[in-house]
Ligand binder design. Structure first.
Ligand SMILES: C[S@@+](CC[C@H](N)C(=O)[O-])C[C@H]1O[C@@H](n2cnc3c(N)ncnc32)[C@H](O)[C@@H]1O
Length: 189
């Protein structure tokens, strides 16, 4: 599922990320979401341990790529927070508290990755990389959940996924939380 096409989950909930927002794309790969958000006017920090990916971001001045192993050593974004944190097709459980801490007040988390049950569809099959039922809800329990799904998707390939859109909302924010508009009928995102 690591294709260049933007995830429909990310495309839909990107409505909640205002232009000029700061975004962190964690384990960004080729940068499909970093580029999608940068094209919408965001300033994106994108991190991946594959240094060769830097070439993918030539010509993208709004994207700051960092080659770093985020599973070893210190978390490179300690003390920093972002208006949106994006994670797709990646799971490293020890990082989840750091990701939560990287979401600024009012900021959005968009997370989508494979879940237990995906084994029948393909890789990953290692349980270390498969979310357990409701695991994203538990990991980000201090966020306000806008949308959560846990099931099988048919596109872009059959997969068992879990996905969360959530916001770090203060008590004052609750009355004016924005939901993403429904997708226009008949138009795939
Ligand atoms: C399946 S790809 C997903 C890429 C991207 N998020 C997407 O959905 O298109 C997983 C990515 O995690 C990166 N990755 C794996 N282990 C990592 C680590 N220890 N530190 C940083 N990046 C890592 C890989 O290099 C790869 O680009």
């Amino acid at each position: 599922m690591d294709s260049a096409a933007v995830s429909s989950w990310i495309a839909h909930f990107a409505q909640l990320v205002a232009p000029a927002s700061t975004v962190l794309d964690v384990a960004c790969g080729g940068g499909r979401h970093a580029k999608f958000l940068a094209a919408r006017g965001c300033r994106v920090d994108a991190v991946d341990h594959d240094a060769a990916l830097a070439a993918q971001f030539a010509g993208w001045p709004a994207i700051r790529f960092l080659a770093a192993d985020i599973e070893a050593g210190s978390w490179p974004y300690a003390g920093r927070s972002f208006d949106a944190v994006i994670v797709t097709n990646y799971l490293n459980r020890p990082l989840l508290p750091m990701l939560a801490a990287a979401i600024a007040p009012g900021g959005v988390l968009l997370y989508e990755t494979f879940a237990v049950g995906h084994e029948r569809y393909g890789r990953p099959r290692n349980p270390d990389f498969l979310l357990r039922p409701r695991e994203l809800l538990a990991a980000f329990a201090d966020l306000h959940v806008l949308a959560f799904e846990d099931g099988v998707v048919a596109q872009p390939a059959p997969a068992r996924v879990q996905r969360l859109a959530a916001v770090r909302a203060s008590a004052d924010d609750h009355a004016r939380l924005q939901l993403a508009a429904p997708a226009p009928e008949g138009h795939a995102l």
